[in-house]
Design a protein around this ligand. Structure first.
Ligand code: CA
Length: 239
């Protein structure tokens, strides 16, 4: 069993990416590609190491394999979210049908990629989740619609005065809709503008995140479904 002390962590201005992967060849490849892009990389090879590294290194994002020794990737994500740790998580799954199962668990993951993936594609996804959380942290005018208030600087969301915890993706999706009141955005547009890449993961990802967002915002949700088109944020939305 390896320990954290055996894995080197390179520091970087772009932040550290925590790569959780028990297949050494894949981990080495990701370390190479992410380092080239200026990220520091820390590799954890099982779920216990992953939790420890996520809690202590404050990574910019976590690339999380689902099938892991000791604690599997879904449970790692569940535990972090349970602790209020909302570091962006990009899941790697071995099978396409596993994506449905993971989405169904509502773990608060930000993106998914299916093995085998191209390292370039994975790096593009990592940059996308990191860019989204950095951009959101830099803006500062709060967005308000009805009872929903989104503070872009602190990434805090209040509904009727009470704080609501959102994943990084749910937050970005809500902020994106609220920043363009009443504009109807298609699922493809949202994938491109919020997730930052073309609709390779399928538009179902958008629907799942919208459903989770609505569940958290409750009766004050400003999100309206425009049948056959997409979604918009409206002051008096009725789904
Ligand atoms: Ca694995």
């Amino acid at each position: 069993m390896s320990s954290l002390g055996l894995s080197s962590t390179s520091e970087s201005a772009r932040g550290v990416i925590l790569v959780v992967e028990d297949e050494k060849a894949i981990a080495d490849l990701l370390r190479l590609y992410l380092s080239r892009e200026g990220f520091g990389v820390h590799v954890a090879v099982d779920g216990v190491e992953a939790l420890h590294a996520a809690r202590t290194l404050h990574p910019a994002a976590i690339v999380l394999d689902v099938g892991l020794p000791l604690i599997d990737g879904t449970e790692v994500c569940r535990q972090l979210r349970g602790e209020g740790n909302w570091t962006p998580v990009l899941f790697c799954t071995a099978r396409d049908d596993e994506v449905d199962r993971i989405l169904g668990l509502e773990l608060g993951a930000d993106d998914y990629i299916t093995k085998p993936f191209s390292p370039r594609e994975l790096v593009a996804r990592v940059k996308s989740v990191v860019r989204r959380s950095v951009l959101a942290a830099q803006s500062d005018a709060p967005l308000v619609m009805g009872q929903v208030r989104v503070d872009l600087a602190t990434r805090r969301v209040d509904v009727a005065g009470a704080p609501v915890a959102l994943t990084a993706t749910e937050f970005d999706l809500l902020a994106h809709l609220l920043s363009q009141p009443s504009r109807v955005l298609s699922r493809e547009q949202l994938l491109s503008e919020v997730w930052g890449y073309a609709a390779v993961v399928g538009t179902r990802t958008v629907d799942v995140h919208i459903a989770q967002l609505r569940a958290k915002l409750g009766e004050h949700s400003p999100i309206r479904t425009v049948r056959g088109v997409g979604y918009s944020a409206e002051p008096d939305a009725r789904e």
